[in-house]
Design a protein around this ligand. Structure first.
Ligand code: BES
Ligand code: MN
Ligand code: ZN
Length: 498
C-alpha cells in the first residue's frame, strides 16, 4: 500500500486540486456545509443535476464532473449515500470504498475530501471509517503478477480537509487510527492471499519477528521438537507430516506490565491437504488460507502495539502444514496433548483442533482474563452460517457479549452457536479420552466442544472464521480473496476493553 494521506485546513470551494470528492444523500435538502458551499460557488450546478435527475444520490452512485474553471478543483466526484435516515458508519465505509475505487480506476492520482458537513458523526469517527473503507476497498494483491504491471492503477495521495484547527486535530486522530487498522488488515490479507510455498510457518515466524522488533515485543519461536519435548503431542503430530518445519510462535506485548492479560490464539495451518485423510483435489488450492486465524492475530497485535492499548497481550500461533508425508500421523493414532488428555485421531483433516488444543493449553500459563481463538476450523460452519458470518462459541456470556459488541461496531458479523454438554457425546472414544471428530451434523459446534476441553475455567471464545476468511464475491470494501477478517473485530474488542 503506497497511498499517502495528509490533513489540511481549508475550504472545499476554494481548494485547488485534481479531484474534489463530495458525498450526497438522495435529497439536496439533506446537504450540509461543504457540498452546499461548492454548489453555491458553482452557481447551483449540483442542485440542478439533482433536480433533473442526472444525479440521484443513490447509495454508491458515482458521477464525475469537470468544473471547466468554475471552481479551483479540476474535477468533482459526487458519490451517493442513499437515504439520510439509513446512514451509518458501515454504509459510509462502503461508499468511501466505492469512491476510492472510482478515483483509482479513472487514473486520477490525487483527491481532496472535505470531512465535515454531511453527517452528525464526529469528524474523528467519520475520518476513521472513511480511511478504513477506502484503503480496504482499493486493496489489490498483485505481488506475483509480472505482466502488464504498468496497467496497475493506484491513488498516490488523499488530502483530508478540515475547516478549523480543532477539526483537523480530530481528523488527524481518525486518520491515524483508520490507517493503522487498515494496514494491519491488508497485511493479514497479503498473508492469506500469499501462496503456501511462500507463506510457510517460517515466514509467519519471520513476520512475528519483524512486528516484535518494531514494537519491542517479546518473541519466542519453538521448533517442533521443542514443542514435542514440552508435551505438545498434538501439534507435533500434525507438523510431522511435512518437511516444511513447523513453528510454535508466541508473541507478547507489554510482557511485564500490570495490565489485564488476554491471549489470542490463531490457527496457522499454512496448507491443509487433509493429511492421510486427504481432501478432494478440487478446490484444494483454497487451503492455503488455513492460516487466516494466525494472520488476524498478527494484525491485531500490530495494531495494539501501534496504538498502545493498555493491555498485556499474548499471541499464540501454532503454525504448520498438514501433509501426508512418511512421518505423518494416521487415523487411529492416539496423541498425548499438552493438557495431559489423550485424543484418538479419526480424521487427520481435523488438524486445526489438534494444533489449537495445545496452543490453548499453553495459554493457561499466562493466567489470562480471556482467551480468544480464531480459526478456519470447519466447513460445517460455512454450511451453517454462510460466507459472511463467523460462528462464535464460548464458556462465558460476558466475553461472548464483548465479541458481539465489537461485531456490531465493525460489521464483521458473528453468530452464537451453543456448546451444550450433549454435543460432547459425539466425541467419546473407546481408546482415548476423546476422538478428534464427531458427526458431520453439528460439525462447527463439535469442533468448539473439542476446544472447550482445553481452556479449563478461563473465559474463552472460539471464533470459526472458515466462511468469511476468504470470499468469492467482492463486497463494497472487501475485494474477493482473503479478507483479513478478525483483525477489526479483535481490535475493536481490545479498544473497548474495560
Ligand atoms: N481447514 C478446514 C476447514 C475449512 C473447510 C475451512 C473449508 C475453510 C473452508 C479444516 O481443517 C477441516 O478440514 N475441517 C474438517 C473437519 C472434519 C474432518 C471434522 C471439515 O470441515 O470437513
Ligand atoms: Mn483440515
Ligand atoms: Zn484446516
Amino acid at each position: 500500500m503506497t497511498m499517502n494521506f495528509q490533513v489540511q485546513e481549508g475550504r472545499a470551494e476554494k481548494y485547488p486540486c485534481e479531484l474534489l470528492l463530495l458525498f450526497s444523500f438522495d435529497s439536496s435538502e439533506d446537504w450540509g456545509g461543504a457540498i452546499r458551499a461548492v454548489d453555491s460557488e458553482w452557481k447551483g450546478f449540483l442542485t440542478s443535476l439533482m433536480k433533473r435527475g442526472d444525479f440521484k444520490g443513490e447509495l454508491h452512485q458515482c458521477q464525475l464532473l469537470y468544473t471547466q474553471g468554475a471552481l479551483p478543483a479540476r474535477r468533482v466526484l459526487l458519490t451517493g449515500l442513499g437515504k439520510r435516515s439509513e446512514f451509518d458508519l458501515e454504509k459510509w465505509r462502503g461508499a468511501s470504498a466505492k469512491a476510492g475505487k472510482y478515483i483509482r480506476d479513472s487514473g486520477v492520482k490525487q483527491f481532496v475530501f472535505p470531512v465535515k458537513g454531511f453527517s452528525d458523526f464526529p469528524e474523528d469517527q467519520l475520518t476513521e471509517a472513511f480511511v478504513t473503507g477506502l484503503l480496504l476497498g482499493i486493496y489489490q494483491f498483485n505481488e506475483h503478477k509480472t505482466l502488464e504491471r504498468d496497467k496497475i492503477k493506484e491513488i498516490d495521495e488523499g488530502t483530508l480537509l478540515g475547516e478549523s484547527a480543532d477539526e483537523t486535530t480530530l481528523i488527524r486522530n481518525g486518520l491515524r487510527t483508520g490507517r493503522v487498522i487498515s494496514e494491519a488488515v491488508c497485511m493479514a490479507r497479503d498473508l492469506v492471499n500469499g501462496p503456501s510455498n511462500k507463506v510457510t510457518p517460517s515466514l509467519l515466524a519471520e513476520k512475528a519477528g519483524k512486528i516484535s522488533k518494531e514494537h519491542g515485543m517479546e518473541l519466542q519461536v519453538l521448533e517442533v521438537g521443542q514443542a514435542e519435548d514440552m508435551g505438545m503431542g498434538a501439534f507435533a503430530a500434525v507438523a510431522k507430516g511435512s518437511h516444511e518445519p513447523g513453528k510454535f510462535i508466541v508473541l507478547e506485548y507489554n510482557r511485564d506490565k500490570e495490565f489485564d492479560t488476554i491471549v489470542l490464539v490463531g490457527k496457522g495451518i499454512t496448507f491443509d491437504s487433509g493429511g492421510i485423510s486427504l481432501k478432494p483435489s478440487e478446490g484444494m488450492e483454497r487451503m492455503k488460507d488455513d492460516m487466516s486465524g494466525a494472520a488476524a492475530i498478527l494484525g491485531a497485535m500490530e495494531v495494539a502495539a501501534k496504538l498502545q492499548f493498555p493491555l498485556r497481550l499474548v499471541g499464540i500461533i501454532p503454525a504448520t502444514e498438514n501433509l501426508p508425508g512418511g512421518k505423518a500421523y494416521k487415523p487411529g493414532d492416539v496423541l498425548k496433548t499438552l493438557s495431559g488428555q489423550t485424543v484418538e485421531v479419526i480424521s487427520t483433516d481435523a488438524e486445526g483442533r489438534l494444533v489449537l488444543c495445545d496452543a490453548l493449553a499453553y495459554s493457561l500459563r499466562y493466567q489470562p482474563k480471556a482467551i480468544l481463538d480464531l480459526a478456519t476450523l470447519t466447513g460445517a460452519c460455512v454450511v451453517a452460517l454462510g460466507d459472511y458470518v463467523s460462528g462464535i462459541m464460548g464458556n462465558d456470556d460476558a466475553l461472548l457479549q464483548r465479541v458481539e459488541d465489537a461485531s456490531a461496531k465493525t460489521a464483521e458479523k458473528v453468530w452464537r452457536l451453543p456448546l451444550w454438554d450433549e454435543y460432547f457425546d459425539y466425541l467419546k472414544s473407546d481408546t482415548a479420552d476423546f476422538r478428534n471428530v464427531g458427526t458431520r451434523a453439528g460439525g462447527a459446534i463439535i469442533g468448539g466442544i473439542f476446544l472447550s476441553k482445553f481452556v479449563e475455567k478461563i473465559p474463552w471464545v472460539h471464533i470459526d472464521i472458515a466462511g468469511p476468511s476468504n470470499i468469492e464475491k467482492e463486497k463494497p470494501y472487501t475485494p474477493k480473496g482473503g479478507t483479513g477478517v478478525g483483525v477489526r473485530l479483535l481490535v475493536q474488542m481490545l479498544r473497548d476493553w474495560k
